[in-house]
Ligand binder design. Structure first.
Ligand code: NDP
Length: 248
Protein backbone atom coordinates (compact mmCIF):
# COMPACT_ATOMS: atom_id res chain seq x y z
CA UNK A 1 0.00 0.00 0.00
CA UNK A 2 1.36 3.39 -0.97
CA UNK A 3 -1.37 5.75 0.18
CA UNK A 4 -1.65 5.24 3.92
CA UNK A 5 -1.05 8.96 4.48
CA UNK A 6 -2.94 10.25 1.49
CA UNK A 7 -3.52 13.99 1.94
CA UNK A 8 -2.19 13.98 5.51
CA UNK A 9 -0.11 17.04 6.32
CA UNK A 10 3.22 16.56 8.11
CA UNK A 11 5.94 18.87 9.35
CA UNK A 12 9.36 17.31 9.97
CA UNK A 13 12.03 19.32 11.79
CA UNK A 14 15.70 18.56 11.26
CA UNK A 15 14.91 17.27 7.78
CA UNK A 16 18.12 18.41 6.08
CA UNK A 17 19.92 15.15 6.95
CA UNK A 18 19.75 11.84 8.79
CA UNK A 19 16.56 10.68 10.49
CA UNK A 20 14.52 13.75 9.54
CA UNK A 21 15.37 13.43 5.84
CA UNK A 22 14.55 9.72 5.82
CA UNK A 23 11.29 10.39 7.69
CA UNK A 24 10.17 13.09 5.26
CA UNK A 25 10.74 10.67 2.37
CA UNK A 26 8.94 7.82 4.14
CA UNK A 27 5.90 10.01 4.84
CA UNK A 28 5.87 11.29 1.25
CA UNK A 29 6.11 7.74 -0.14
CA UNK A 30 2.83 7.03 1.65
CA UNK A 31 1.07 10.00 0.07
CA UNK A 32 1.68 12.60 2.79
CA UNK A 33 2.25 16.27 2.04
CA UNK A 34 5.40 17.34 3.83
CA UNK A 35 6.87 20.58 5.18
CA UNK A 36 10.56 20.36 6.05
CA UNK A 37 12.53 22.56 8.44
CA UNK A 38 16.21 23.02 9.31
CA UNK A 39 18.93 25.65 8.85
CA UNK A 40 20.63 24.34 5.69
CA UNK A 41 18.36 25.60 2.92
CA UNK A 42 20.42 24.01 0.13
CA UNK A 43 19.99 20.55 1.66
CA UNK A 44 16.27 21.16 2.20
CA UNK A 45 15.89 22.20 -1.42
CA UNK A 46 17.63 19.03 -2.62
CA UNK A 47 15.23 16.99 -0.50
CA UNK A 48 12.26 19.05 -1.68
CA UNK A 49 13.02 18.06 -5.29
CA UNK A 50 12.75 14.38 -4.30
CA UNK A 51 9.59 15.02 -2.30
CA UNK A 52 8.02 16.87 -5.20
CA UNK A 53 8.69 13.86 -7.45
CA UNK A 54 6.71 11.80 -4.93
CA UNK A 55 3.81 14.27 -5.11
CA UNK A 56 4.37 15.60 -1.59
CA UNK A 57 4.03 19.30 -2.53
CA UNK A 58 6.87 20.15 -0.15
CA UNK A 59 7.25 23.39 1.79
CA UNK A 60 10.84 24.40 2.59
CA UNK A 61 11.18 26.20 5.92
CA UNK A 62 14.70 27.48 6.57
CA UNK A 63 14.81 28.14 10.30
CA UNK A 64 17.17 28.24 13.25
CA UNK A 65 15.03 26.38 15.76
CA UNK A 66 17.10 27.39 18.76
CA UNK A 67 14.93 30.51 18.46
CA UNK A 68 11.48 30.02 19.97
CA UNK A 69 9.82 32.38 17.49
CA UNK A 70 11.15 30.31 14.59
CA UNK A 71 9.88 27.08 16.15
CA UNK A 72 6.42 28.67 16.26
CA UNK A 73 6.69 30.24 12.80
CA UNK A 74 7.30 26.93 11.01
CA UNK A 75 4.03 25.57 12.40
CA UNK A 76 2.11 28.70 11.42
CA UNK A 77 3.55 28.63 7.88
CA UNK A 78 2.71 24.94 7.48
CA UNK A 79 -0.89 25.58 8.54
CA UNK A 80 -1.09 28.61 6.25
CA UNK A 81 0.17 26.64 3.24
CA UNK A 82 -1.89 23.45 3.64
CA UNK A 83 -4.78 24.58 5.85
CA UNK A 84 -3.84 22.33 8.75
CA UNK A 85 -1.13 20.21 10.37
CA UNK A 86 -1.83 16.55 11.13
CA UNK A 87 1.59 15.13 12.04
CA UNK A 88 4.35 17.08 13.75
CA UNK A 89 7.69 15.23 13.89
CA UNK A 90 9.95 17.05 16.34
CA UNK A 91 13.26 15.56 15.28
CA UNK A 92 15.80 18.41 15.07
CA UNK A 93 18.54 17.88 17.60
CA UNK A 94 22.22 18.12 18.37
CA UNK A 95 24.42 16.02 20.63
CA UNK A 96 27.20 17.92 22.37
CA UNK A 97 29.12 15.35 24.39
CA UNK A 98 31.66 16.55 26.92
CA UNK A 99 32.45 16.02 30.60
CA UNK A 100 30.54 18.22 33.03
CA UNK A 101 33.72 19.69 34.56
CA UNK A 102 34.95 21.00 31.19
CA UNK A 103 31.66 21.71 29.48
CA UNK A 104 31.07 24.81 27.42
CA UNK A 105 27.84 26.06 28.93
CA UNK A 106 27.00 28.23 25.94
CA UNK A 107 27.10 25.13 23.74
CA UNK A 108 24.99 23.20 26.22
CA UNK A 109 22.51 26.07 26.42
CA UNK A 110 21.98 25.97 22.67
CA UNK A 111 21.46 22.18 22.88
CA UNK A 112 18.80 22.64 25.55
CA UNK A 113 17.17 25.35 23.43
CA UNK A 114 17.01 23.12 20.37
CA UNK A 115 16.41 19.64 21.82
CA UNK A 116 13.86 20.68 24.43
CA UNK A 117 12.57 24.25 24.23
CA UNK A 118 12.06 24.38 20.47
CA UNK A 119 10.27 21.03 20.56
CA UNK A 120 7.99 22.44 23.26
CA UNK A 121 7.38 25.67 21.32
CA UNK A 122 6.51 23.87 18.06
CA UNK A 123 4.23 21.47 19.90
CA UNK A 124 2.45 24.28 21.70
CA UNK A 125 1.96 26.13 18.41
CA UNK A 126 0.45 23.01 16.81
CA UNK A 127 -1.99 22.17 19.60
CA UNK A 128 -4.57 24.87 18.84
CA UNK A 129 -5.30 23.57 15.35
CA UNK A 130 -5.15 19.90 16.40
CA UNK A 131 -7.56 20.51 19.28
CA UNK A 132 -9.99 22.40 17.07
CA UNK A 133 -10.07 19.49 14.61
CA UNK A 134 -9.94 16.86 17.40
CA UNK A 135 -7.09 15.01 15.72
CA UNK A 136 -3.34 15.19 15.41
CA UNK A 137 -0.15 13.32 16.14
CA UNK A 138 3.00 14.65 17.77
CA UNK A 139 6.10 12.46 17.33
CA UNK A 140 9.06 13.45 19.48
CA UNK A 141 12.52 12.04 18.79
CA UNK A 142 14.31 11.34 22.05
CA UNK A 143 17.05 8.70 22.36
CA UNK A 144 18.27 5.72 24.34
CA UNK A 145 20.02 8.61 26.14
CA UNK A 146 16.53 9.52 27.35
CA UNK A 147 16.40 6.19 29.17
CA UNK A 148 20.04 5.48 30.13
CA UNK A 149 22.43 8.23 31.24
CA UNK A 150 26.07 7.79 30.18
CA UNK A 151 29.17 9.77 31.18
CA UNK A 152 30.09 12.62 28.77
CA UNK A 153 26.40 12.83 27.93
CA UNK A 154 25.05 14.57 31.02
CA UNK A 155 23.41 17.50 29.28
CA UNK A 156 22.41 15.47 26.21
CA UNK A 157 20.76 12.96 28.55
CA UNK A 158 19.08 15.86 30.38
CA UNK A 159 17.57 16.99 27.08
CA UNK A 160 16.45 13.52 26.03
CA UNK A 161 15.07 12.50 29.46
CA UNK A 162 13.34 15.89 29.25
CA UNK A 163 11.73 14.96 25.93
CA UNK A 164 10.47 11.66 27.37
CA UNK A 165 8.96 13.40 30.41
CA UNK A 166 7.46 16.19 28.35
CA UNK A 167 5.93 13.73 25.90
CA UNK A 168 4.20 11.59 28.53
CA UNK A 169 2.90 14.63 30.38
CA UNK A 170 1.63 16.10 27.10
CA UNK A 171 -0.02 12.81 26.14
CA UNK A 172 -2.01 12.81 29.34
CA UNK A 173 -3.10 16.41 28.74
CA UNK A 174 -4.30 15.91 25.18
CA UNK A 175 -5.47 12.32 24.75
CA UNK A 176 -9.07 13.33 25.39
CA UNK A 177 -8.80 15.67 22.40
CA UNK A 178 -7.95 12.64 20.22
CA UNK A 179 -4.36 13.86 19.86
CA UNK A 180 -1.69 11.17 19.89
CA UNK A 181 1.83 11.54 21.24
CA UNK A 182 4.65 9.13 20.44
CA UNK A 183 8.23 9.25 21.62
CA UNK A 184 10.99 7.52 19.65
CA UNK A 185 14.18 6.46 21.43
CA UNK A 186 16.84 5.29 18.97
CA UNK A 187 20.21 3.85 19.89
CA UNK A 188 23.25 4.47 17.69
CA UNK A 189 22.22 5.61 14.21
CA UNK A 190 24.64 6.19 11.35
CA UNK A 191 24.08 9.92 10.69
CA UNK A 192 25.97 13.24 10.84
CA UNK A 193 25.06 13.74 14.50
CA UNK A 194 28.44 12.71 15.92
CA UNK A 195 30.34 15.02 13.57
CA UNK A 196 29.23 17.98 15.66
CA UNK A 197 30.79 16.78 18.92
CA UNK A 198 33.41 19.48 19.53
CA UNK A 199 35.15 17.85 22.54
CA UNK A 200 37.78 15.70 20.83
CA UNK A 201 38.12 12.89 23.37
CA UNK A 202 34.34 12.49 23.54
CA UNK A 203 34.08 12.40 19.76
CA UNK A 204 36.83 9.77 19.52
CA UNK A 205 35.12 7.64 22.17
CA UNK A 206 31.71 7.75 20.52
CA UNK A 207 33.20 7.02 17.09
CA UNK A 208 35.02 3.97 18.51
CA UNK A 209 31.75 2.71 20.02
CA UNK A 210 29.93 3.26 16.74
CA UNK A 211 32.64 1.38 14.85
CA UNK A 212 32.15 -1.66 17.06
CA UNK A 213 28.55 -2.23 16.01
CA UNK A 214 26.23 -2.50 13.06
CA UNK A 215 24.52 0.84 13.53
CA UNK A 216 20.89 1.55 12.83
CA UNK A 217 20.23 3.41 9.60
CA UNK A 218 18.12 6.57 9.40
CA UNK A 219 15.57 4.58 7.39
CA UNK A 220 15.08 2.19 10.32
CA UNK A 221 13.95 5.08 12.52
CA UNK A 222 11.80 6.51 9.72
CA UNK A 223 10.14 3.09 9.50
CA UNK A 224 9.30 3.18 13.21
CA UNK A 225 7.87 6.69 12.88
CA UNK A 226 5.84 5.61 9.87
CA UNK A 227 4.50 2.67 11.88
CA UNK A 228 3.37 5.02 14.67
CA UNK A 229 1.59 7.46 12.37
CA UNK A 230 -0.17 4.84 10.26
CA UNK A 231 -1.98 3.02 13.11
CA UNK A 232 -5.77 3.35 13.21
CA UNK A 233 -6.67 6.45 15.13
CA UNK A 234 -7.75 4.61 18.29
CA UNK A 235 -4.17 3.21 18.62
CA UNK A 236 -1.45 5.37 20.15
CA UNK A 237 2.08 3.96 20.16
CA UNK A 238 3.40 5.79 23.22
CA UNK A 239 7.05 4.85 23.05
CA UNK A 240 9.49 3.06 20.73
CA UNK A 241 12.89 2.14 22.19
CA UNK A 242 15.16 0.63 19.54
CA UNK A 243 18.83 -0.26 19.61
CA UNK A 244 21.21 -1.90 17.19
CA UNK A 245 21.29 -5.59 18.04
CA UNK A 246 24.98 -5.10 18.89
CA UNK A 247 24.45 -2.21 21.32
CA UNK A 248 24.63 -2.96 25.04
P1 NDP B 1 21.71 14.78 11.96
O1 NDP B 1 22.85 15.60 12.44
O2 NDP B 1 21.83 14.11 10.63
O3 NDP B 1 20.38 15.64 11.94
C1 NDP B 1 20.11 16.68 12.82
C2 NDP B 1 19.11 17.62 12.18
O4 NDP B 1 18.82 18.68 13.11
C3 NDP B 1 19.64 18.25 10.91
O5 NDP B 1 18.63 18.31 9.94
C4 NDP B 1 20.02 19.66 11.35
O6 NDP B 1 19.87 20.55 10.27
C5 NDP B 1 18.96 19.91 12.42
N1 NDP B 1 19.39 21.01 13.28
C6 NDP B 1 20.51 21.10 14.03
N2 NDP B 1 20.58 22.30 14.61
C7 NDP B 1 19.48 22.99 14.22
C8 NDP B 1 18.98 24.29 14.47
N3 NDP B 1 19.63 25.16 15.27
N4 NDP B 1 17.82 24.66 13.89
C9 NDP B 1 17.15 23.82 13.07
N5 NDP B 1 17.55 22.57 12.80
C10 NDP B 1 18.71 22.17 13.37
O7 NDP B 1 21.44 13.71 13.11
P2 NDP B 1 20.27 12.65 13.35
O8 NDP B 1 19.44 12.46 12.16
O9 NDP B 1 20.92 11.48 13.95
O10 NDP B 1 19.46 13.38 14.50
C11 NDP B 1 18.06 13.55 14.50
C12 NDP B 1 17.52 13.35 15.90
O11 NDP B 1 17.75 12.01 16.30
C13 NDP B 1 18.18 14.23 16.97
O12 NDP B 1 17.18 14.72 17.84
C14 NDP B 1 19.09 13.26 17.71
O13 NDP B 1 19.31 13.64 19.03
C15 NDP B 1 18.25 11.98 17.61
N6 NDP B 1 18.98 10.75 17.83
C16 NDP B 1 20.03 10.39 17.02
C17 NDP B 1 20.76 9.24 17.29
C18 NDP B 1 21.96 8.85 16.49
O14 NDP B 1 22.70 7.94 16.92
N7 NDP B 1 22.22 9.45 15.35
C19 NDP B 1 20.39 8.35 18.39
C20 NDP B 1 19.25 8.80 19.15
C21 NDP B 1 18.59 9.94 18.86
P3 NDP B 1 20.72 21.89 10.00
O15 NDP B 1 22.12 21.64 10.45
O16 NDP B 1 20.56 22.06 8.53
O17 NDP B 1 20.04 22.97 10.77
Amino acid sequence: MKDRLKDRIALVTGASSGIGEATALALAEQGGKVAIAARRKDRLEQLAAKLADLGAEPLVLAADLTREAEAQRIVRETEARYGRLDILVNNAGVMYLEPVAEADLGRWRSMLELNVLSLIASTQAALGGMRARREGHVVNVSSVAGRVANPMAAAYAATKFGVVGFSESLRREVYKDNIRVSVIEPGMVDTELRQHVAHEASQRAVNVRAGEMRQLQAEDIADAILFCVTRPDYVCINEVLMRPTDQE
